[in-house]
Ligand binder design. Structure first.
Ligand code: HEC
Ligand code: HEC
Length: 299
């Protein structure tokens, strides 16, 4: 216990004030991104022709999914909650347990997963190469007569890169262009004082480290954790710290979708990861602060 407190203390020192604004623009290839958007929305890329990337990363649900777990092809239920893909480009790894590094590599996850889209690379290539619309676009952009699954992934990843949300109130505040309300300010102070910032920091306010869910009070439902990848006992119930950007749009929360509201998620974090019972007025203040992380989609 003492060691854990010491680690938190050290991290606290280093992480001090380390939330940084996201850039307003990042370099993307607009033509590739446009092509990627078509693919992202195309349910013909799934085994039952009914599920597209957009089925589980919905623009009006914060590019995440309101359902506790998503539903894939043939009505099959997924295992974990669908995270937002907004600002995913700033995450150091992708997936709750961080099993892939790049957005491009990530694309093959849902495509191949039997309970998501269930398509092999060959199936994907067969579909796009028979489609005159895609044939024409890929020829123009990738200068190719044969479209590979790798090119499909490349275009989708380019589209995802365009999904960044600059200019949230807190970023503007950091740049000296906006003021926080007294409630938001109180939330900001509590976020630091209690040590939320030790894990949720950096440009994505998360997305830059692996941490334990249930650091102080053990958490029970540790499905698909980092242990599944490393088989190291220290990685039991360890996940990528999720981004808190646009967090007010992406309920339900946690890998298992167990927290229905943002208040519940804040209060559970206090309990499991800091060992404290936050008071309702503290939860409300932190919630107001987290709401300042909602940005605008860069179109
Ligand atoms: C059936 C629902 C479903 C479909 C379809 C789906 N996803 Fe996902 N997506 C999820 C779930 C659930 C996760 C989390 C899985 C995990 O971490 O193990 C996820 C994770 C991700 C992540 C990682 C985000 C992060 O912060 O770690 C990205 C990026 C992503 N999906 C993009 C896509 C793309 C691109 C497609 C289409 C090729 C797609 N998804 C199709 C449900 C879906
Ligand atoms: C020891 C590191 C750590 C600390 C401290 C911590 N968190 Fe977290 N946080 C995580 C991890 C890891 C997850 C993902 C857990 C999971 O999904 O099971 C998470 C998830 C969340 C989520 C849900 C995100 C989502 O997309 O589902 C919210 C909201 C959150 N934290 C807010 C807070 C707040 C507020 C505090 C302070 C009271 C805090 N966290 C303290 C590591 C931490």
């Amino acid at each position: 216990m003492k060691r854990i407190i010491f680690i938190i203390f050290l991290k606290y020192l280093y992480a001090f004030n380390l939330i940084t604004p996201i850039p307003e623009h990042i370099k993307i290839d607009k033509q590739k991104a446009k092509l990627g958007k078509y693919l992202f929305m195309d349910s013909r890329l799934s085994a039952d022709k009914k599920v597209a990337c957009i089925s589980c990363h919905k623009p009006n649900e914060g590019w995440a999914d309101k359902r506790r777990v998503s539903i894939g092809v043939f009505g099959k239920k997924g295992r974990v909650n669908s995270p937002t893909i907004l600002n995913a480009v700033f995450n150091f790894r992708q997936f709750w347990n961080g099993r892939v590094k790049s957005l491009k590599e990530q694309v093959f996850g849902p495509l191949h997963t039997t309970f998501e889209m269930n398509m092999s690379k060959k199936d994907v290539e067969k579909f796009v190469n028979k489609n005159s619309f895609y044939k024409k676009l890929f020829k123009k952009i990738y200068h190719t007569n044969y479209i590979t699954a790798d090119m499909v992934a490349d275009a989708i990843a380019e589209f995802e890169k365009s999904l960044i949300t600059p200019n949230c109130k807190y970023d503007l505040y950091l740049k000296g262009k906006a003021k926080l309300t007294p409630l938001e300010m109180r939330g900001k102070i509590l976020f630091k004082k209690y040590g939320c910032i030790t894990c949720h920091n950096g440009v994505n306010i998360g997305g830059n480290s692996f941490e334990k869910m249930g650091l102080i009070i053990p958490y029970k439902n540790c499905i698909d954790d980092r242990y599944e990848i490393t088989h190291n006992v220290l990685d039991k119930c360890v996940y990528k710290v999720p981004t808190l950007r646009n967090i007010s749009l992406t309920a339900p929360y946690f890998h298992d979708g167990s927290a229905k509201t943002l208040k519940e998620a804040i209060s559970n974090m206090g309990y499991y990861n800091l060992g404290i019972r936050l008071k309702l007025d503290e939860v409300k203040a932190i919630e107001a602060f987290l709401k300042t992380f909602t940005g605008e989609l860069n179109k």
